[in-house]
Every structure is written in structure tokens, then in C-alpha cells.
Design a protein around this ligand. Structure first.
Ligand SMILES: [Zn+2]
Ligand SMILES: [Zn+2]
Length: 815
């Protein structure tokens, strides 16, 4: 066989190998690496990805490729190299990695349907079947063409997987694979053009009108003709019959409807520091070499201006740029700022587009028609042929870490991709992650600092309020959550017509709902957490598995009616604020209030246009928004993040406080910040108060050194989950033993540390008990070596145990 007879296909399955298929003659000239392919797999039809042309078949029996949904590859061979790197680094099969990289929801879906054969009917007729088999055949006689799950529901048996294969083997049943969702495809439209030399004497009336319209337009799409001419379709037919017009098919690109710009970006005078940084970046762009750059600029120091000028520079050279932001809500605001300043095709790439819009945006980027891509973490995979720069805004943000397989960190991938593409990589933040700052300190990255806000605006003054000694307000109807000084500050803002942000990182009304009589606390039956009281919807809700309970009226334990909620969430804070300041216009921004499309943009718009006085919110309000009329920020309780059971709690707290405080005083008036806390002496809070990143970095690095945590070490976390507690414990113990054995075998004792297996801080989520085992080492190579040996063993042993094992390289949170 020649090499073009076979294609290597990566499938979106938890299998580490790829598969070889034969290319039918009809598809031979059409197929290329980077295309989707439809292939048979067992009894199923799956969408896979073409990743290579193997020289020879690995076995004798090779199946044919069924179809090619694409006319052009969705990714290049260079992209493939990057995806392969990701797959290998994060221990994720290539097919699953590519599926995560490409726009979601574009694959066709097939389902298996079961039906009776002639032989099966005869068998029923002659009464030859018995027991379970008879019931299966009877169910299919009543409803032919059931899906396998449908059949299982119909006959309610667990033994179906046992009977099905033998019934198929004996020819009584057949299973067919049918496409139930087409998958996203290229959309085309007919375009009509007038032939200039046509004899038009024969035309009159509407026919002539349409002909002349086409001549003026040069060419017009069917949709426009139909909108303009009542009998458009019929008229076109006549003109076509008379050979007066031509028809061609053109691709239609589906793009999200643009909204009115609400955050345009004026041209700023560039400060001396910005100028200096821009000069260095300009050189890097000219050098066309990998250049990692940490842009450490305090909040409001004009980092966006640097991004905009870098993009403009690249656009001038016809090159492409990726701009990553931690949250979709931020893309809208950046979109406005980019489009108002840069005259080049810009595209969004994130999950709130429809799958057709994402598919088209992806292909336009790939063809180079789009120069600037703005997106959340998955945009790091966008197929750019001429990538000049990757900008990662708010690079410290944990949202860059994907929490399902492959558990990649888009910030880290930006550097890998930058190396492969010889591109400039800018990591921007007011509070750089410890890893990035450490890398800059070791001179692995260049660094540029913007220590002051633009236009000589001062950083906000931060006051820490010690909740241990400051009584909230002894006169209020109940123990409130807003201390007297913060309350006064809000009043002053209301009098002056300025805006306030109140930050509480917990949504819902209250985090606990309990019985005052006996102390019974309502907990989620699937997770080891208490249920969150949501008062507006009158429900108790689990934030991990979405378990819902209508608000109970009495205690299930003692039958008392004396139930109430404990603690504070944003919903309750909003109510409290409205009660304290009845004349104020209060809004709330959290995951509940922004669940519908466009809701967060609407909220930001109303605060930008002065339609709100006070905005209450979770960390959604802390991130990157530029709201010039906000002069007061109140942090209701800094202790929530400080008490998080994770080694990054201190870093996270410092980042959140600095970021949220940074929302204050970005306009003409100076800002003021109040942080309420029970831990005023903690270095995270002290350093945030003093705007002292370097002091924080030094203190946190000391802590990490003592406990051997990153960036001093590299970590890989294994998570074990299972519904059966005893079996999970047993498996965890075995895995621990085996891992220690491997450690000795690989001569890594003393180089790699194994912690656990131990119950995870969140011991049960969604009905699954959870254990984890953490590998730590100063040597990345060593920790990876041990991890891959453990994984290899685990793949051989987890099979039927009902236990799932997942691996997280460079975990951000270990919960
Ligand atoms: Zn009770
Ligand atoms: Zn739950």
C-alpha cells in the first residue's frame, strides 16, 4: 500500500491510542490532516480527527472512512504539534485534547437503534424465545427502532448488555447507527449576477427591474433579492431560463449580532513608563522571536493601552494576535475597547456564541481573515497561521485553568505556543501569580512595571476594619454585616451622586439553613456540603450538584417550625443594603443574576451609565471592569477566601482584595476602600492594604518554601472518585502502596514526595466520595515519570471497579 491509502484518526474517547482507517478512493484527493472524519468504531459511528498518514496498517482488518464533513482542514500540522504537546503534558488522549481545542458542539451525533430482523419476528411467531430474551423481542415488536437506552427503559432490565450481543449474533436483532444531529457545517447561499452582454429587449416590468438591480449590484445573494422583490424566486427562474444571469454558491459566515458600543476607548497620552515598555515590545515584534514578558501594572495603570498598541502594531504587519481574558463577561468590554481603536477584523471566540458562530469564527481565523481574537481560555487553541502575539490579561486568574480533562492552564499554554510560533507573549496583571513573578525574578521572563495609575490618579486608600472589635451597629434590628464606618462611607457616596461596589464572594441568600430548636442543618444528600438558601426562588440549592429542595417548613428531625438561615450571601446583602438605604438604586451581579444571555452586559451598562448607585456582587465584579464613577469599594468579609482549605488561600485573598480595591477611583475622583475582616494582621490583608506586591511575594514565597509548595516544587494530583466508600478506600490504599513501590523501583525516593491518598477537603461531591494523592518534587521530570508509571498501572486496574481516576498536572486548587 502507498502511504495515501491509510489515515491515522484520533477519536474523542478515553483511549490513549489512535486508530488507522482505509481511505476510500472517492475521498483520496479530499482528505488532509486537520479534517474531521466519520468512521465506524465497533457498532458506532464516531467523528474523529485526521492526524497522520501511516505508512502501513497495524493489523489486517482495516475499516473504511465513511465520510468527510469538512472541505478544508480545521487545524494545521503546526497546530497538531501543539495539541500533541498538550495531550502529552496533561496526560490526556490526543482525540479528547483536539475535541477540547476545537469549537464545541460541531460534531455530528449518532445513536444506535435496535430493531427486530425477519428471523427475530419468526422466532417470536413460533414462540421460540423465553425469559428475558422474549421480553426484549416483544418490546421491539411493539416499538421497532428503539435506542438502546430507550429499550432499557422500556423493559427495565440491568441484564440488557448481557443479552443484546447474543441476540445480534444469532441474527434476531440488528443494530443500526443513525445520525440524530447533523453537526455544524458550512452554510452556503446562492448569489446571482447579471450577464452584461445579455439581450435585454425581451424583458419588461419586474423582470427588467430585477435584471437591472443585479447589474447595478454586480451580484446579490438570494436573501437580499427575496427581501427586495415580491416574486423574487419566480423572476430569477425566468431570467435563468433566458440565460441572462449566472448563479454561484458563496459561503455565508455566521457572526454574533453586534451590540452598541458602551465602553469606547479614547486615545490616551502615553506615560513615560508605557512608552519605555512599548519600545521593548516593539523590538520583540520586529525580532520575530519568542519573547515572554510579564507586565506588572497596578490597577488603572493602563495595561490595556499597551495591549491596544501591540495589537495595532501587529495588524499593521498583517499578523494575528490572541487576547485571552479570564471571563466571558469581560470579552464584551474589551471588544468595545479594541474595536473603537483598531481598524481590523476582530472576532470573539467563546462558549456563549452559538456553535455555528464559533465554527465560522474558527475558520475565518484559520484563513487569516481575522486578525484579533478575543476569548476565554479555550481561545488559546485557535488556529492562527501567523501568530504574532498572545496576550494573557489578568494572568493570575484561576479561571485560566480548565477543570475537566484535559486540565490545561491557558496561561502556561500561551508560553508553549509562543515558543512554537516564535511569538511575543505578554502576561499582564496587577497581582502576578507567584509562578510568573518567580519566573521573572529568575530572568526566564522579561518584566515591565507600571507602578502608578495613569493621569496621576492615586491608588485608592484602603482601610481595614477589624470585625472583632467594631460592633456593626448595636441599634440595628439585627446583627448587620455592614460596619458603621462603611455604612457612613456609602451614605456619603449617595449624597454626592457617586457609586459604590460591595463585594461578598458568596452567592445565594445564606450559606446555611438550620433548625433553631435542635440544630439540624440541611445538607446535600449527594455532596458533603450544606445547602445554600436562595430566598427569591424559595429553595435550598446545592452549588456543587444543583440538588434542589423547596424551602422546608419544618425540621425533619424534631418537627419544629423554627427554621432559619445563618450567614450571608449576595442576595441577603442586597436586601440589607436596600433596607439600609431605601432611596438607593441597588443592583446585584453574581452567577444567579447573570444566568441569562446579555444580563451581565446589561448590569455593567447600567452602572456605566449611572443608573445604579450600589452594585453588590461576587468576584464577578472584582475582575478587570473599568467603571470610572465608582469611588467606594467595600469588601464585606475578606475571611471567606482566607479560610479556604487550599495552599493558595493567601495568594487568592491578596489578588481578590487588590483587584476589587482596584475598581475604586478609576475616574476623576479618588477612591476609597474598606476591607472588613476578622484577620486584620494577616500578611495578605496587610500587603493589599499597603499596595505592596513585593512584600506579599516575599512573605508568600517563604511560606511556600516551608511547606514545599509551588513555585518551589512541581505537583501532580490524582483524584479518585467512587460511589462505594469502602471500595474506594480499599482502592486508594492499594494505589498508595503501589505508588510507593514504583517510587522505589524508579529510584525516586527522596526526589518525589507522595502525600496521601487521603480524603479530599470536599469529601463527597455529586454522590461520589473523593480521595486524592499528591505527588510533589522539585524536578518536573521526576514527578512526571512517577505519574506516568502510576497512570499506566491505573488504566490496567480501574476498569470495572466503579472507580474513576483523574490526573491534574500543575493543579491550581486541590479540593
Ligand atoms: Zn429540629
Ligand atoms: Zn450536592
Amino acid at each position: 500500500m502507498t502511504s495515501r491509502d491509510l489515515i491515522e484518526v484520533a477519536l474523542n474517547l478515553p483511549l490513549s491510542q489512535t486508530f488507522t482507517y482505509r481511505i476510500p478512493t472517492a475521498l483520496k484527493n479530499a482528505i488532509a490532516i486537520g479534517m474531521r472524519v466519520l468512521v465506524p468504531f465497533g457498532r458506532k459511528t464516531l467523528t474523529g480527527f485526521a492526524v497522520g498518514f501511516p505508512p502501513e496498517a497495524p493489523c489486517a482488518e482495516i475499516k473504511d472512512v465513511l465520510d468527510l464533513p469538512d472541505e478544508e482542514p480545521l487545524f494545521s500540522e503546526q497546530d497538531l504539534t501543539f495539541y500533541q504537546w498538550v495531550a502529552s503534558y496533561y496526560f490526556c488522549p490526543l482525540g479528547q485534547t483536539i475535541a477540547a481545542a476545537l469549537p464545541q458542539g460541531i460534531s455530528a451525533t449518532f445513536r444506535q437503534f435496535v430493531s427486530l430482523t425477519e428471523k427475530g419476528r419468526a422466532c417470536l411467531l413460533h414462540g421460540e424465545a423465553t425469559g428475558e430474551q422474549l421480553r426484549i423481542l416483544q418490546a421491539l415488536e411493539r416499538d421497532s427502532g428503539l435506542s438502546i437506552n430507550g429499550l432499557r427503559r422500556r423493559i427495565g432490565t440491568r441484564t440488557l448488555p448481557h443479552h443484546l450481543p447474543s441476540l445480534v449474533r444469532n441474527g434476531l436483532l440488528q443494530i443500526t447507527s443513525t445520525r440524530i444531529r447533523k453537526g455544524t457545517q458550512i452554510k452556503k447561499e446562492k448569489w446571482f449576477a447579471a450577464l452584461p452582454t445579455a439581450p435585454v429587449q425581451t424583458l419588461k416590468g419586474k423582470q427588467l427591474e430585477l435584471y437591472q438591480f443585479l447589474k447595478e449590484q454586480e451580484a446579490a445573494p438570494l436573501s437580499r433579492i427575496l427581501a427586495q422583490f415580491k416574486n423574487g424566486a419566480r423572476l430569477l427562474k425566468v431570467l435563468q431560463k433566458k440565460n441572462l444571469i449566472t448563479v454561484t454558491e458563496k459561503e455565508v459566515l455566521r457572526r454574533p449580532a453586534l451590540e452598541d458600543e458602551i465602553f469606547p476607548e479614547p486615545l490616551h497620552t502615553v506615560t513615560a513608563e508605557q512608552k519605555n515598555i512599548l519600545k521593548r515590545l516593539q523590538q520583540a515584534i520586529e525580532a520575530r522571536a519568542f519573547f515572554p514578558f510579564l507586565l506588572h501594572g497596578v490597577t488603572g495603570s493602563g495595561k490595556t493601552e499597551i495591549y491596544l498598541q501591540v495589537m495595532a502594531e501587529l495588524v499593521k504587519r498583517g499578523r494575528q494576535c490572541l487576547l485571552l481574558v479570564p471571563e466571558i463577561a469581560l470579552t464584551a468590554q474589551l471588544w468595545d475597547r479594541v474595536c473603537s481603536r483598531i481598524d481590523a477584523p476582530v472576532s470573539l471566540l467563546h462558549s456563549s456564541l452559538t456553535s455555528a458562530e464559533r465554527f465560522d469564527a474558527w475558520r475565518m481565523i484559520r484563513r487569516g481573515d481575522i486578525k484579533i481574537v478575543i476569548g476565554a481560555r479555550s481561545a488559546i487553541f485557535a488556529s492562527c497561521a501567523d501568530l504574532g502575539a498572545i496576550i494573557v490579561d489578568e494572568e493570575h486568574d484561576p479561571s485560566y485553568k480548565q477543570d475537566v480533562h484535559p486540565r490545561y492552564n491557558a496561561r502556561d499554554l500561551a508560553l508553549i505556543r509562543g515558543t512554537m510560533a516564535n511569538a511575543l507573549v505578554i502576561l499582564g496583571s496587577a497581582t502576578p501569580s507567584l509562578e510568573s513573578y518567580h519566573n521573572a525574578a529568575k530572568k526566564k521572563y522579561s518584566i515591565g512595571v507600571l507602578p502608578e495609575r495613569i493621569a496621576d490618579r492615586p491608588l485608592p486608600q484602603i482601610k481595614v476594619i477589624d470585625l472583632r472589635i467594631t460592633p456593626s451597629n448595636p441599634h440595628s434590628r439585627q446583627a448587620g454585616i455592614i460596619s458603621a464606618p462603611l455604612r457612613e462611607a456609602i451614605s456619603r457616596r449617595l449624597q454626592n451622586g457617586e457609586q459604590s461596589l460591595l463585594f461578598l464572594n458568596r452567592r445565594g441568600f445564606a450559606p446555611v439553613f438550620l433548625c433553631r430548636q435542635c440544630g439540624y442543618t440541611f445538607r446535600c444528600p449527594n455532596c458533603e456540603v450544606s445547602l445554600i438558601h436562595h430566598q427569591q426562588e424559595k429553595k435550598l440549592r446545592c452549588h456543587y450538584c444543583d440538588f434542589l429542595l423547596p424551602l422546608p417548613e419544618r425540621c425533619p428531625d424534631c418537627n419544629s417550625f423554627f427554621l432559619s438561615s445563618l450567614g450571608w450571601g449576595t442576595e441577603r446583602l442586597e436586601r440589607e443594603v436596600s433596607a439600609l438605604f431605601p432611596s438607593a438604586r441597588v443592583g446585584r451581579m453574581d452567577r444567579d443574576s447573570t444566568a441569562t444571555k446579555g444580563a451581565s452586559r446589561k448590569l455593567l451598562k447600567s452602572i456605566a451609565q449611572g443608573e445604579l448607585d450600589i452594585l453588590v456582587g461576587t468576584q464577578m465584579i472584582a475582575k478587570g471592569h473599568h467603571l470610572p464613577q465608582v469611588t467606594l469599594v467595600g469588601v464585606i468579609c475578606a475571611d471567606h477566601s482566607l479560610n479556604f482549605p487550599d495552599y493558595r488561600a493567601g495568594e487568592r485573598t491578596f489578588q481578590l482584595l487588590t483587584q476589587v480595591a482596584g475598581r475604586a477611583g478609576r475616574g476623576d475622583k479618588p477612591g476609597e476602600v474598606f476591607i472588613q475582616t476578622y484577620n486584620p494582621e494577616h500578611y495578605s490583608i496587610r500587603c493589599a492594604q499597603q499596595h505592596d506586591y513585593r512584600a506579599f511575594f516575599a512573605a508568600e514565597m517563604r511560606q511556600r518554601r516551608e511547606l514545599d509548595y509551588p513555585p518551589h516544587t512541581r505537583m501532580i494530583n490524582f483524584r479518585l472518585e467512587g460511589a462505594n466508600k469502602e471500595r474506594l478506600l480499599q482502592y486508594a490504599q492499594d494505589l498508595g502502596e503501589t505508588s510507593k513501590k514504583f517510587l522505589a523501583q524508579l529510584k525516586l525516593t527522596g526526589t518525589v514526595n507522595i502525600l496521601g491518598p487521603a480524603p479530599a477537603p470536599w469529601g463527597k461531591i455529586k454522590g461520589k466520595y473523593r480521595y486524592q494523592m499528591l505527588l510533589k518534587s522539585e524536578k518536573l521530570h521526576s514527578v512526571r515519570l512517577l505519574a506516568s508509571r502510576i497512570l499506566q498501572h491505573a488504566h490496567e486496574s480501574t476498569g470495572r471497579s466503579g472507580i474513576s481516576l483523574s490526573v491534574d498536572v500543575d493543579p491550581v486548587f486541590i479540593l
